[in-house]
Design a protein around this ligand. Sequence first.
Ligand SMILES: Cc1ncc(COP(=O)(O)O)c(C=O)c1O
Length: 398
Amino acid sequence: MNYENEHIANTYQRLPINVLNGNGAILHDINGKRYIDMMGGYGVAILGYGNNKIKEAVCRQFDTIPVAHASEYTASREEFVKNLTGIVPAGLDKFYLGNTGAEAIEAAIKTVIKSSKKHKIIAMTNSYHGKTAGALSITYSEKYRQSFGDILMKNVEFIRYNNMEDLEKIERDDEISAVFFEPVQGEGGINIPDRDYVKELRQITENNGIILVADEIQSGLGRTGKMWAHEHFGIKPDIITIGKGIGGGLPLSIAAGKPEFMDNLAKGEQSSTTGGNPLSMAAGSAVIEQLSQSLIDDVARKGELFRKTLSESLDDSKIVKEIRGLGLMDAIELKVKFLPILMDIINRGVLPLYSGINILRMLPPYVITDSEIQEAANIMSQGIKSHSKKVVGSTTPP
Ligand SMILES: Cc1ncc(COP(=O)(O)O)c(C=O)c1O
């Protein structure tokens, strides 16, 4: 821990947990303390810890060929791309393979600019798309942007998420290349837009030749109880970005789009030394193989169980503003700052995530059991209730 603190740049809010091992949705720290993991490594561990199929696929791949640059053809990549074609929305079957979510966003930004030959991009209030310069330019939070104004893209305009009036601005502007949006906002606090709004957004972008990019890095791959969160709204975007759980813990991200758009990136315009590397490809195939419809249906059911258990036990809490979510992408919005409550809940053996200054966020593994969900919800309620009586002093949020 000391070496980490001394030698790793201080860019992450650290939590008081030193993880040793895990199984399913359960983590153990170095002192043997058990935690129910409602964070899932920021939404990466979708199939839980200790998934044998991923482990075997990666070990097998390591024994065969662990390294093959994207300039070389290789069987694991061929197989992954075939598998990926089976889960992306029909027609969005041309891919850029990267490592991190932000990198998939960069590829998408370049794709829309090359495709439309226009440079203006529309993003949304409370959006989060990553922290590389392009991705940060379409990320809303001033906290992340304020020191880097000079290197951010200039032609970005933010419109209000889930606000019909602001869609009129898009209609009147013929300089717009693309709209980037999260079908359910994650970092922004689990914000679920109205169906009519998303339908209107799709209609207006389609009518005006504007490319619609759905950032599914956090909301995709079954997280919301459907393979892609945009399916809840009955629309199809032109490009989607995928990340987090697709690599089963190995770095892997994808920009997936219609060939008419993806084909506009020329050789050399986007690349990465490890993009499409065989180990991530093997892990990715093992993840896709396990993303069955029944597992995804179970995510929807487990999400409902979690929110119901929470609502029942938090019924009389004065500091809870709202419990919301879709599938296993959930939030408890508090009327007070979350930090002391988060620390208390971690102490009680549940590891949640957070958003902003007053939101507890949950992105647990899909394999979490019903009894673990109920246990986590009850422990979180106890943590919250124990603070309902206290005046929560001012704390510095992460
Ligand atoms: C919606 C969304 N887009 C992009 C990113 C950036 O992904 P990464 O942190 O892998 O660069 C994230 C990360 O949380 C995200 O939630």
